[in-house]
Design a protein around this ligand. Structure first.
Ligand SMILES: NC(=O)C1=CN([C@@H]2O[C@H](COP(=O)(O)OP(=O)(O)OC[C@H]3O[C@@H](n4cnc5c(N)ncnc54)[C@H](OP(=O)(O)O)[C@@H]3O)[C@@H](O)[C@H]2O)C=CC1
Ligand SMILES: CC(=O)[C@@H](O)[C@H](O)COP(=O)(O)O
Ligand SMILES: [Mn+2]
Length: 387
């Protein structure tokens, strides 16, 4: 039997929700994958445990204060240990890496993703913020370096799966499904006093804190609209959102003949993670299967963008173009962090985003340096707005 060449994977953010599920996929398929790099920001205990199990070539701990502890645990196993933000951007360039999974959260994903693309590494992209901040730059770079970006986000993986075999057929529109989050159907009066504990209870998905808050505020769907624009080269008018509380249909493509294709299954991120790592192949899994009889009703509703203003703000950022989505993202990252510390209210998050979109300098054709400056300026203005 022909031996399959193992794919050597770098996981940026291996200690998070996506990172740990990616490791489960790898553990179930040891003949196909080898872990090359693991990274974490603060969780050095889990990073060490993962490194002992998966024996990567190198690890990066973002917070340099943890370097000694990680080094002491892993050096004797012949695992290279690096620390700090710059190390992330260096490590992705290692010759031995075949695929970089960007499973870290937030703006921090941008620079390592650029460096990975410039080194010709295919990207399995979970870190949607990278495309929200700098979609134009990233897609241009990917084209220049001939690098594929495989979506991990469940909706975008669904679209991608619907497009397999259809890449020559123009898309009329796509429909991204949204669960509606824990506050679906609630009004502004109710939302005034909701707590982070309530917002962190997603009805269908178990995810990291930042994306869970984004789902509750519908910012996640706004970020996904922007992510879809860049991944699939669409106009804003071609991207719709529909609320589908069961999260079984993960998204839909409509072609120019009117035919619609949808991808469905139980809400489980291991499938999109695995598909991004094995494309174009599908490999056998023992993930639980969807049964129609357990879901007699799959339902759909209009998204309430008057109450959940973030989705409308994201469409507005997309319409304005330039660095506006970078402003939206940075303001939202500050707002979510402050909400998680009980320093602003749930509805206050949209106020911060809106204020930053009005106040931060607009740049029509941003360079990488402009994005860096915009991110910094927005964070300052967001903090001033909150104080
Ligand atoms: N979770 C999900 O189901 C889905 C997630 N996504 C996207 O995937 C990305 C990851 O999400 P998720 O796994 O939920 O997030 P988590 O918060 O669970 O994990 C984040 C990971 O990134 C690391 N990290 C945090 N901050 C930094 C930083 N500043 N620099 C470098 N690394 C950092 C964390 O390390 P440490 O543990 O040490 O803090 C952790 O490994 C996000 O962009 C999210 O939007 C998309 C679709 C679904
Ligand atoms: C699993 C995944 O892809 C998340 O982005 C999920 O879609 C969040 O659910 P919402 O639809 O509530 O934003
Ligand atoms: Mn998603």
């Amino acid at each position: 039997m022909e031996e399959i060449k193992k794919k050597h994977i770098a996981i940026l953010g291996s200690t998070g929700s996506i990172g740990t599920q990616a490791l489960e996929v790898i553990q179930a398929n040891p003949d196909r994958f080898q872990v090359e790099v693991l990274t974490a920001q603060n969780n050095c205990d889990l990073l060490i445990e993962q490194a002992v199990t998966f024996k990567p070539n190198a690890v990066v701990i973002g917070n340099e204060n943890h370097y000694d502890k990680v080094f002491d645990a892993l050096d004797r196993l012949d695992i290279k240990v690096y620390a700090g933000e710059n190390a992330l951007s260096s490590v992705v360039q290692m010759d031995s890496i075949d695929l970089v999974l960007t499973a870290l959260v937030g703006y921090a994903g941008l620079r390592p993703t650029i460096k990975a693309i410039e080194s010709g590494k295919p990207i399995a992209l979970a870190n949607k913020e990278t495309l929200v901040v700098a979609g134009e730059l990233i897609t241009a770079l990917a084209e220049e370096y001939g690098v594929n970006i495989y979506p991990v986000d469940s909706e975008h993986s669904a679209i991608f799966q619907c497009l397999v075999g259809e890449f020559h057929n123009p898309i009329e529109k796509i429909i991204l499904t949204a669960s509606g989050g824990p506050f679906r159907g609630k009004d502004t009066n109710f939302l005034k006093t909701v707590t982070k504990e309530q917002a962190l209870k997603h009805p269908n998905w178990d995810m990291g804190a930042k994306i869970t808050i984004d789902s509750a505020s519908l910012m996640n769907k706004g970020l996904e609209v922007i992510e879809a624009k860049w991944l699939f080269n669409l106009k804003q008018e071609q991207i719709e959102v529909i609320v589908h509380p069961q999260s079984i249909i993960h998204s839909i493509v409509q072609f120019e003949d009117g035919s619609m294709k949808a991808q469905m299954g139980l809400p489980d991120m291991k499938l999109p993670i695995q598909f991004a790592m094995t494309y174009p192949e599908r490999i056998k899994t023992d993930f639980p299967r969807f049964d129609f009889l357990n879901y007699p009703a799959l339902t759909f509703e209009q998204a309430d963008t008057k109450t959940f203003r973030n989705l409308a703000l994201a469409y507005e950022a997309l319409k304005q173009g330039g660095n506006m989505a970078c402003i939206l993202n940075a303001a939202n990252e500050v707002a979510v962090e402050k909400f998680l510390k009980d320093e602003i209210s749930f509805l206050g998050m949209s106020d911060v985003v809106e204020a930053c979109m009005q106040k931060v300098s607009f740049v029509k054709k941003p360079t990488y340096e402009d994005y860096v400056f915009t991110d910094e300026e927005t964070r300052k203005i967001a903090f001033e707005h909150i104080i």
